[in-house]
Design a protein around this ligand. Structure first.
Ligand code: SAH
Length: 248
């Protein structure tokens, strides 16, 4: 499952940060690192610097995927979460680090073999652009002191990877927990219904001025189904993948 969780670094400036990211990932059981247009890593000196900082995570560096744009980095992903130090222009539904880890892990665990999930990090100076944020489904911000909210890139990767590893360890060491159904909070259900309504509006299944009773019927279906938290997350992931197709 951890192998289905991809870390995407967009336009990283310092190759040392790429090496430190690889090390942070490997300590937390992650291995899929994708770079979108790195600045310095394309040079031999850059790659040497990355390997130096990676220490024993040089296998992560050697298996890096290089792509030209974020769309290519996430094209096979069911859920894509943007890691942002602060919220700017384009807003996305916000998750806590723990909620993001749960969503990434449960989706990676339950999705089909070829489906992945991704956590996306921005360049050191600027963070992610609005254009890149639009390609993500959610955003996560690591809580910090109000005096200084911007973590070093690899430190941000380490923190969020640790949350993911905790999910893995918790479920692996306590298999009985797998069978306990965690019911969603009503806000999560409300968000699911809103997501359905907006996606079905976009696909034209619901006609804006004549919505009929579709949403009420869907609510009835899902109430009878007694969805648990991870099932709500899967449905949100499916809707997000439809949204992405529509936006293409
Ligand atoms: N100056 C930029 C921060 C860039 S730090 C800005 O203010 O947006 C590089 C990357 O590390 C960010 O794009 C983000 O992906 C991650 N990062 C840094 N601090 C973070 C935080 N508090 N929460 C989540 N991600 C963070």
């Amino acid at each position: 499952m951890l192998s289905h969780i991809r870390i995407v670094l967009v336009k990283t400036f310092h190759s040392g940060n790429i090496g430190s990211t690889a090390r942070a990932m490997k300590t937390m059981g992650l291995s899929d690192l994708c770079l979108v247009n790195p600045v310095d890593f394309i040079s031999i000196a850059g790659q040497e610097e990355a390997l130096k900082m990676a220490m024993s995570a040089n296998d992560v560096i050697k298996n890096i995927t290089l792509v030209d744009n974020l769309s290519d980095a996430i094209k096979d992903c069911m859920v894509v979460i943007a890691s942002t130090a602060r919220c700017r222009g384009y807003d996305l539904p916000e998750l806590t680090p723990e909620e993001s880890a749960k969503l990434l892990y449960t989706t990676a665990q339950q999705s089909a073999q070829e489906s992945n999930v991704a956590l996306v990090f921005g360049p050191e100076r600027m963070g992610l652009s609005n254009e890149d944020l639009q390609r993500c489904n959610y955003r996560v911000t690591i809580p910090t002191s109000p005096d200084y909210s911007s973590l070093n890139l690899a430190a941000a990767v380490q923190t969020l990877s640790y949350e993911i590893f905790k999910q893995y360890k918790y479920l692996k060491d306590k298999p009985e927990e797998n069978s306990i159904r965690t019911l969603p909070r009503s806000k999560a259900l409300e968000n699911l219904y809103n997501h359905f309504e907006s996606t079905l509006n976009d696909t034209g299944f619901i006609v804006k001025n004549h919505p009929g009773e579709i949403m009420q019927k869907l609510r009835n279906i899902f109430t009878r189904a007694e969805l648990d938290e991870s099932e709500v997350n899967i449905l949100r992931g499916i809707l997000s993948s439809v949204d992405r197709e529509i936006k293409k």
